[in-house]
Design a binder for this molecule. Structure first.
Ligand code: KIV
Ligand code: ZN
Length: 502
């Protein structure tokens, strides 16, 4: 069995999904879980992109030991210096430098000749090697690059000291057979290829990112770059859980495996979904709510007689909890903390106290508390951001024969402002009142409500997407009252927008 290295880029390419940005604390939570999941490399960010990205890479590098921490850098001195600085506290560090090699990018984006790009690539790798032996080079848009030129660049960067050469399908253009041939071509044509690991990084624009990655593995790739739940730029990146479970389920076909602790997959998926607000579609392979549900009578009958009739993987192999009912009103702080740890959350003492207080409050409103309820409570705690606007009070009247009216009181820094507004429905009235108090110019792009668990006493979770001045943010709020959850989500998004604008 070959062991394929898993390079996780949820915190970098994944975070490039519109509205999925994470703050430093959230990135740390995800990084800790990725460590438990057993990934080989965590790409923690793009340090030159913003002070927040720099700080996140530095904090992940300081805290997460025993895993290689990578920072992205364009093939430019200042990027590489910044990445090296952010990665300094890491026990194991990798600088990941890249430049595009396709004529389209050279002509329209970089406005550089092929020779100039080749020189910049070589120079960048040499520069990065001054800070670490572990340097990865990516030929951006490799799949639309002229093959022989691509091979020349790869040969030069390996000669300059790159230990991993990454072949990105940046725009998700490749078809599996063709991508496999490209990997084979590189293996045959680059004379020093045995001195580097071939990595692949596939985007999902045609829905082929996982298929392309698996084909590349069959052709000799030794590293896959991927994200949890497949989040990422545009249609996303290759989904880690799908690649890992394909290898696990078909060992004789692939003769390859990873070091991923598959029982941690589901937890990781939930954590990333909660933190980014990117909901996992129910029919998503491996981690979707229906991935192991058998609906048709014939299927249920077969499954009950012998589970392998309709199940190629077991839910427990990816860590889907068997018993979901966990805590109630009488559960103590200790049980609460233990359950949180099992779910992948490690909170500071102060965060734990606040989360436990909210848990007790919820337990008063709701008889049974499920894992999903706990995750919702806690992810709100973990994702806490500085609050300019705070919800102090809300009351609404609505019904069949009254005009829906909302009275709302918000704290804005140390001021308190109250407003009454009417709307087409109770949520509309609440949103009008909030918009009027905050004077927001943002546009509401999406409004989603979902019930976290079953029952009429379930927590309702609302996710809103707002846009203003080119910034897109997602806000979340949960409450047993969906009007309150809607208000919380809108206020959460407005707070995020205020921070982004600053
Ligand atoms: O998609 C891409 O080409 C990238 C590179 C920076 C690796 O994300
Ligand atoms: Zn990418």
């Amino acid at each position: 069995m070959r062991i394929i290295k898993v390079f996780d880029t949820t915190l970098r390419d994944g975070e490039q999904s519109p509205g999925a940005s994470m703050n430093v604390e959230e990135k740390l939570q995800v990084a800790r879980q990725l460590q438990r999941l057993g990934v080989d490399i965590i790409e923690a960010g793009f340090p030159i992109a913003s002070p927040g990205d720099f700080e996140a890479v530095r904090r992940v590098a300081s805290e997460i030991k025993g895993v290689i921490i990578a920072g992205l850098a364009r093939a430019k001195d200042e990027d590489i210096e910044r990445a090296a600085e952010a990665l300094r506290p890491a026990q194991l560090r990798r600088i990941h430098t890249f430049i595009a090699t396709s004529d389209i990018h050279l002509q329209y984006k970089l406005r550089l000749s092929r020779e100039a790009v080749l020189e910049a690539a070589e120079k960048a790798v040499k520069k990065a090697r001054q800070y670490t032996d572990d340097v990865e080079f990516s030929a951006e848009d490799a799949t639309r690059s002229e093959r022989d030129y691509l091979c020349r660049v790869l040969e030069a960067v390996i000669q300059a000291g790159a230990r991993t050469i990454n072949i990105p399908d940046t725009v998700g253009y490749a078809i599996p057979q063709e991508f496999g041939e490209l990997i084979e071509y590189i293996k045959n044509k680059v004379p020093n290829i045995d001195k580097a690991v071939i990595s692949v990084h596939c985007h999902n624009d045609l829905g082929l990112a996982v298929a392309n990655s698996l084909t590349a593995i069959l052709k000799g790739a030794g590293q896959v770059e991927c994200t949890i739940n497949g989040i990422g730029e545009r249609a996303g990146n290759a989904a880690m859980e799908e690649i890992v479970m394909a290898l696990k389920t078909r060992p004789r076909f692939f003769e390859a495996d990873t070091k991923i602790v598959t029982q941690e997959i589901y937890k990781t998926s939930r954590l990333v979904s909660k933190i980014t607000g990117m909901v996992v579609q129910p029919n998503k392979a491996i981690v979707g709510a229906n991935a192991f549900a058998h609906e048709a009578g014939i299927h249920q009958d077969g499954f009950l007689k012998e589970r392998s009739t309709y199940e190629i993987m077991r839910p427990e192999d990816v860590g889907i909890p068997q018993s979901k009912l966990i805590l109630g009103k009488h559960s103590g702080r200790h049980a609460f903390k233990a359950r949180l740890e099992e779910l992948g959350y490690r909170l500071s003492e102060e965060e734990l106290n606040r989360a436990f207080e909210r848990f007790k409050h919820l337990a008063d409103q709701k008889k049974y508390i499920f894992d999903e309820d706990i995750e919702t409570l806690v992810s709100e705690e973990v994702s806490k951001i500085p609050e300019i606007y705070r919800l102090l009070d809300l009351s609404v009247t609505s019904g069949t024969n009254v005009k829906p009216t909302a009275r709302i009181r918000l704290g804005i820094n140390d001021k308190v402002v109250e407003r009454i507004e009417q709307g087409d429905g109770p949520v509309d009235a609440v949103y009008r009142a909030i918009a009027s108090i905050t004077e927001t110019k943002s546009e509401l792009l999406r409004f989603e409500v979902k019930s976290i668990t079953g029952g009429t006493d379930a927590l309702g979770e609302v996710t809103v997407t707002l846009e203003e001045e080119g910034y897109t943010v997602r806000g979340q709020g949960a409450d047993t009252d969906i009007i309150v959850a809607s208000a919380k989500a809108y206020i959460n998004a407005l707070n995020k927008l205020a921070i982004r604008k600053r």
